[in-house]
Design a binder for this molecule. Structure first.
Ligand code: FES
Ligand code: FE2
Length: 378
């Protein structure tokens, strides 16, 4: 069956711009771990959907704002993570937890704003939703109901598994020269593992990767109406699900020092549409991979890795985490070399991909994508 996506979907600047407005500024996007924002005034900054976003712990609640001062557009924070109140470094304006300007140094002498002008001096605020330890942001003024994107069953499982995360996490952002969708399609395609990862990932698998999808929405649509099999398959919430496959886990002494998730040696894989692949090896380590689009042919692959919560102090934890991150990055580099070759050979007159039966996940992701792109709705 021919792919519903044409080479232009991987190459074209106009389509890329439409993805920003119709997907990335409409859908809920993973933004940060809750544990990274636990302290008072802790913050994280991220670019999402082409916009600078500031996540801030405001008296215990995580809030999201545009990271751009309403005075003269200076970012409030330049670091990826930190701990500071919301104050602009350029002329010292300070903002309250609602994002409204609280104090302006020398306000009367220098600015003399009218009451009307002053009430508009606030940071743009975005919707936030937490699921366990995952913080999602929506950039739309009228955000999509969260349940339309992720089924309640999937949310429950995500909340459960992510509540096992330890506090320490390591991060890496890797530049890649391909379209973000190639990476998302790659993680949906379990059949590439024996060919691209014969020495790294494949030997860990005991019985290949299971294709039994969990966390799919129930038979009714978000509005409670019954959906046909095809419509259910292509439904937005059906693009996010999880699977579990038996895996070989080499025992390490540190495994006894953490509270692992689940009941055995499984490879858990969560696909969170549009651009997150979340995996866990045996409920012991947790890795979020986010395929952040930069341009039609450029993606930033964002890694966040942590281990299960410690039950006793593990002084070697940073070394363990960096060691794991290094091997995960090595696996990604195997994909990256191939996907960059694919992207660099793609051209506007290239034929569409020929999907076989097992690639129905790619077909249904493409159907959901096109509906968002063409109709602007899930
Ligand atoms: S730009 Fe922020 S205070 Fe001036
Ligand atoms: Fe891979």
């Amino acid at each position: 069956m021919l792919s519903r996506l044409s080479p232009a979907h991987y190459l074209d600047q106009e389509i890329f711009a439409r993805e920003r407005t119709r997907l990335f500024r409409k859908l809920w996007l993973f933004a940060a771990l809750r544990t990274a924002l636990a302290e008072p005034d802790a913050f994280a900054t991220r670019e999402l959907g082409g916009l600078p976003v500031l996540l801030q712990n405001c008296d215990g609640e995580i809030r999201a704002f545009e990271n751009l001062c309403p005075h003269r557009q200076m970012p409030l924070q330049k670091e990826a993570f930190g701990q500071a109140r919301m104050a602009c470094p350029y002329h010292g304006w300070v903002f309250d937890t609602e994002g409204k300007v609280k104090t302006i140094p020398h306000e009367q002498r220098l600015y003399a704003y009218s009451a009307n002008e002053r009430k508009d001096l606030c940071l743009k605020r975005y919707a936030v939703r937490e699921v366990g330890n995952l913080v999602f942001v929506n950039l739309d003024a009228d955000p999509l109901p969260f349940d339309e994107q992720f089924s309640p069953e999937l949310q429950r499982t995500l909340a459960d598994i992510t509540s096992h995360f330890g506090v320490q996490a390591v991060h890496a952002d890797l530049p890649a020269r391909y379209n973000w969708k190639l990476n998302y399609e790659n993680v949906l395609d379990y059949n590439h593992v024996p060919y691209i990862h014969p020495k790294t990932f494949q030997p860990l698998l005991r019985e290949g990767i299971s294709d039994a999808r969990q966390g799919l929405p129930a038979a009714g649509g978000a509005d409670g109406q019954a959906l046909s099999v095809a419509a259910r398959r292509d439904h937005l919430a059906a693009q996010s699900f999880w699977t579990r496959s038996p895996i070989r886990i080499e025992p390490w002494p540190w495994h006894d020092a953490v509270q692992r998730y689940g009941d055995g040696d499984f490879y858990y894989n969560f696909f969170l549409y549009p651009n997150v692949n979340f995996i866990s090896l045996g409920g012991l380590t947790f890795l979020l991979q986010q395929f952040h689009p930069l341009a039609p042919d450029r993606t930033e692959v964002r890694f966040t890795l942590c281990a299960a919560r410690e039950t006793r102090r593990l002084p070697a934890l940073p070394a363990i985490l960096w060691g794991h991150l290094k091997s995960e990055v090595a696996v990604l580099h195997e994909d990256l070399a191939h996907l960059e070759a694919l992207q660099s050979h793609l051209h506007d007159a290239a034929p569409r991909a020929q999907h076989g039966q097992y690639e129905d996940r790619l077909q249904s992701a493409a159907a959901a994508y096109l509906r968002l792109m063409e109709e602007g709705k899930p």
